[in-house]
Ligand binder design. Structure first.
Ligand code: PLP
Length: 473
């Protein structure tokens, strides 16, 4: 197959050049009725629908099928899908395809909320595995084969193991292949949320992709690390356990019947970008990244932390929280992916050979930001690592059953030992600190208080400003 082809992009381009007359949806009629500013409106001239020659995502047999086949060819899957609702919908579909109500499913504890939402919707019973704390990045890491082996021994009827690889902070670890082999030796499928690893297919210096290591289903947020539009994602299946028909069935139910052609075209383009990424591109990326890191290291008081994924960089400012550093950088027009108590996270561009970023201009802005941080920092509060629960845990109730139970708001100080009726999710990164149905421990309360002090933002049913938690009566 010719990976330089972009069948869907080419079809939209051709259609657009015919200056077609629209008596169909969408109502903006190629942008004509839109009041959007000129540059935004230009994108609408490609915002078509399932017209003759443009195929249909849900019954693909034309240009979308060609584009998805190229994707599958690149990632060596049995079948790959375009997703227009992010990895969120990929996680929902893969978990629906693997289990039903009351089934046991083994889940890495530091998973994205969409994994927990899928568990709630299916009515499955999660067994949560907490990976060891990674002291280098000061975040939860990835599971070890030993942990998964113990969980499989304790829950031999588990319908699947759901992993997050790499973590948001770029930790990949070394045990994934062994974990996959362990699970397969017991006929348990491995579902991998590889939202942050669509570029791993490039190979070194990046970690290996879970799909290459034999995972059954792998989900990629193409929009996170490849040049795809927000919401554009991929799902790949290569499995003896999970049927691609089932995945297609759930995706049809969970995704819009009017998927955005602009998002899908950007997926076709992102696939071509990564497929054409060659050794000279890698060399340019590695050299630029090296110069960038050296430049950052020369800025007084900055500490640079590298992780397994070279696309991710953590930056700490001595004596200041990540939130303070984030605010100082934003004042200079530099936006990080996220901040936490200790650091900010940068996601670098997947520079190819053609890029020469303005490193000097960036340096000046960063120096100004660090100078503005001032000398007296809001020293990060040290979060007790006990807050990160160790080993295997289960929920007091499956999340699906909570919706019908009696609930109340109570003061955080009185919440220890109660059952949380809602997930509490620091966002970003979107990993629940408390899962709906989980028993609240003192360590949870300590960590919540510490995060609130340093200005973390939360999603979920929260009244943290009032210092209250939502619990079962
Ligand atoms: C690990 C992980 N999985 C899944 C998602 C959801 O991805 P999307 O935003 O593409 O729906 C995210 C989003 O941040 C994530 O970090």
């Amino acid at each position: 197959m010719n990976q330089n082809d972009r069948p869907l992009v080419q079809a939209l381009q051709y259609f657009n050049e015919q200056t077609p007359v629209s008596f169909h949806v969408p109502g903006h009629k190629h942008g004509l009725l839109s009041g959007l500013p000129h540059k935004m409106r230009q994108a609408l001239t490609y915002d078509f629908t399932e017209l003759t020659g443009l195929d249909d995502l849900h019954e693909a047999e034309g240009v979308i099928q060609e584009a998805e086949s190229l994707l599958s060819d690149l990632y060596r899957s049995d079948r790959s899908f375009f997703l227009v609702n992010g990895s969120t919908v990929g996680n929902l579909a893969m978990i629906y395809a693997a289990c039903r109500a009351d089934d046991t499913i083994i889940v890495q504890r530091n998973a994205h909320k969409s994994v927990f939402h899928a568990i709630e919707l299916t009515g499955a019973r999660p067994v949560l595995l907490s990976p060891p704390w990674d002291a280098h990045t000061r975040t939860p890491g990835v599971l070890t084969p030993d942990q998964v082996e113990r969980a499989l021994a304790a829950y031999p009827h588990a319908k699947a193991v759901v992993l997050t690889y790499p973590t948001y902070y770029g930790i990949a670890g070394e045990g994934l292949r062994e974990i996959i082999e362990l699970c397969h030796s017991r006929s348990v499928p491995v579902l991998v949320d590889e939202a942050h690893g669509a570029h791993f297919i490039i190979g070194e210096p990046f970690p290996r992709s879970a799909i290459e290591m034999g995972a059954d289903v792998v989900v990629h947020s193409a929009h996170k690390t490849l040049p795809a539009m927000t919401m554009g994602s991929f799902l790949h299946v290569r499995s003896d356990h999970i049927s691609e028909k089932k995945i297609a069935h759930y995706l049809q139910m969970l995704q819009s019947s009017s998927p955005s052609y602009v998002i899908m075209a950007s997926l076709d383009d992102a696939r071509a970008y990564v497929a054409s990424y060659k050794d000279n591109d890698k060399r340019n990326f590695v050299a630029l990244r090296f110069s960038f890191i050296q430049m950052l290291k020369r800025i007084d008081r900055l500490e640079i932390v590298e992780t397994d994924d070279p696309l991710k960089l953590l930056i700490r400012a001595e004596g200041h929280s990540g939130f303070a550093l984030q605010a100082a950088l934003e004042a200079e027009g530099i936006y990080a992916e996220l901040a936490d108590t200790y650091q900010i996270l940068f996601i670098l561009p997947l520079w190819n050979e053609q890029f020469t970023p303005p490193l000097q201009a960036w340096k000046e802005k960063m120096v100004a930001a660090v100078t503005n941080l001032g000398k007296v920092g809001d020293t990060p509060i040290s979060i007790s690592l006990a807050a990160w629960p160790d080993g295997i845990s289960t929920l007091a109730y499956p999340p699906i059953s909570i919706t019908d139970m009696e609930t109340e708001w109570i003061s955080m100080n009185e919440a220890e030992g109660r059952i949380s009726a809602a997930s509490v999710i620091p966002y970003p990164p979107g990993i629940p600190l408390l899962v709906k149905g989980e028993e609240i421990k003192e360590s949870h309360i300590q960590e919540l208080s510490a995060l609130m002090k340093v200005g973390a933002r939360f999603q979920g049913t929260v009244r943290l400003a009032e210092k209250e938690l939502f619990v079962l009566k």
